[in-house]
Design a protein. Structure first.
Length: 397
């Protein structure tokens, strides 16, 4: 595909499977790299009093079913390709560094690259199976992206068939549980016919779009706060280096308020909103101040410990790009800024937090009514358009 070749726009369907909601969008992938989103939809995942993985999975699939059904009912066209982007905790991913050297020069071939990557995939899966109590779980590799290749100490964008004595490849690998991926495929197949769903991770999409939007920043953190988990990724010199998650998300606050104030989960969500906006009754606000303070301290402790485990004696970047629901964005920004992390990690300077709301993405996607503007769907649509549909014209990850 030449740089100046003309390609017919493709109608793409993408779903994002998160831990607080399921969203989906139909968009036209365009050579310009700017997707045109013509329809989008979102459905929250039902929150239970106590997290049960089987009920959680069932609720997520019910939400996926609802979104897929409404997109089909909208009758906006037949998608040519279907994508599904997985947020935490629905995938496992890691950036791996592959080193290979010989005493005498050798040619870096596609065959050699494939063998080295396949070996790394096997090692990655073995390491994660050891951590998983359910060792019989079958996994499917969903992403293998070569982020950077260095030959004889020099980075190169065209390494194939070059002669070298030392090779270093930075490769991003992710996989999901086969049973879970098959359940997703079965749910979507009830509404859309497709040859294959192309799975990918929100981690890589998030990193790629932020990197390209903020080219002046080489070092930063990506913070994704979902319903059940918080994910942190560290980027150094524009390379997605390490990632870590901890099982406390926004639902942790909802459950805590419901428990301490003796109300339903729905009522707890409303109370949090009123408290955050300063509209709660005085007696309720007093109780909420105590409860939210305790819950915030616990989330912050896990955040601090995760940063300490992430750093490995490397300084933590000061810039944080935050992805979360808009209603609690200020709360988490204030929580992070309220604490200096010097006793846990070495930071470059005071944290600068950039919340990625829809206004940040102005111009990188266009919309047609009745599409809703939702940040996660924008990130996914732009990533798919630029790097998976038209990578030859838009560039590489």
């Amino acid at each position: 595909m030449g740089i100046f070749s003309k390609n017919k726009n493709k109608l793409i369907l993408v779903f994002n499977v998160g831990s607080s909601n399921i969203s989906g969008a139909l968009f036209w992938a365009q050579n310009s790299g700017i997707p045109k989103i013509i329809f989008s939809d979102i459905e929250p995942i039902h929150i239970e009093d106590k997290l049960d993985i089987n009920k959680f999975l069932s609720s997520a699939m019910q939400s996926l079913d609802a979104v897929a059904g409404r997109i089909r009912k909208a009758n906006m066209g037949t998608p040519q390709e279907v994508f599904c982007v997985l947020s935490s905790p629905w995938h496992v991913s890691q950036t791996r560094i592959i080193n290979f050297k010989k005493n005498t020069p050798f040619i870096f071939t596609a065959r050699l690259a494939e063998s080295l990557v396949q070996k790394e995939i096997s090692l990655f899966e073995e390491e994660n199976l050891k951590k998983d109590s359910n060792a019989d779980t079958a996994n499917r590799t969903i992403e293998v992206k070569n982020i950077k290749t260095i030959l004889n100490g020099y980075e190169t964008s065209e390494p194939l068939n070059q002669k070298t004595k030392e090779l270093e490849m930075t490769v991003f690998i992710s996989f999901g549980e086969e049973k879970f991926l098959k359940t997703i495929e079965d749910n979507i197949a009830k509404y859309f016919h497709f040859n294959q769903i192309r799975f990918s991770s929100f981690s890589l999409a998030f990193f790629t779009i932020v990197r390209d939007m903020y080219i002046q920043k080489e070092n930063f953190l990506l913070l994704d706060i979902g319903g059940e988990v918080t994910s942190i990724s560290m980027v150094k010199k524009n390379i997605l280096r390490e990632g870590i998650t901890f099982p406390i998300g926004r639902n942790f606050f909802t459950r805590g308020v419901a428990r301490d104030l003796g109300c339903t989960l729905s009522e707890a969500g409303s109370l949090i909103s009123l408290f955050k906006d300063g509209h709660a009754e005085e007696s309720v606000a007093a109780k909420m101040t105590i409860t939210m303070g305790q819950l915030r301290t616990e989330w912050l402790k896990s955040f601090q410990e995760s940063l300490a485990n992430l750093s490995n004696d490397i300084s933590i970047p000061a810039t944080i790009y935050l992805s979360t629901d808009k209603d609690l964005a200020d709360f988490f920004c204030q929580t992070i800024k309220s604490e200096q992390f010097n006793q846990y990690t070495l930071t470059e300077s005071k944290f600068e937090i950039i919340f990625l709301d829809t206004s940040v993405f102005h111009g990188i996607a266009v919309f047609a009514e009745p599409a809703i503007r939702e940040p996660t769907l924008i990130i996914n649509s732009v990533y798919i358009n630029r790097f998976l549909i038209y990578p030859a014209t838009m560039g590489r990850v």
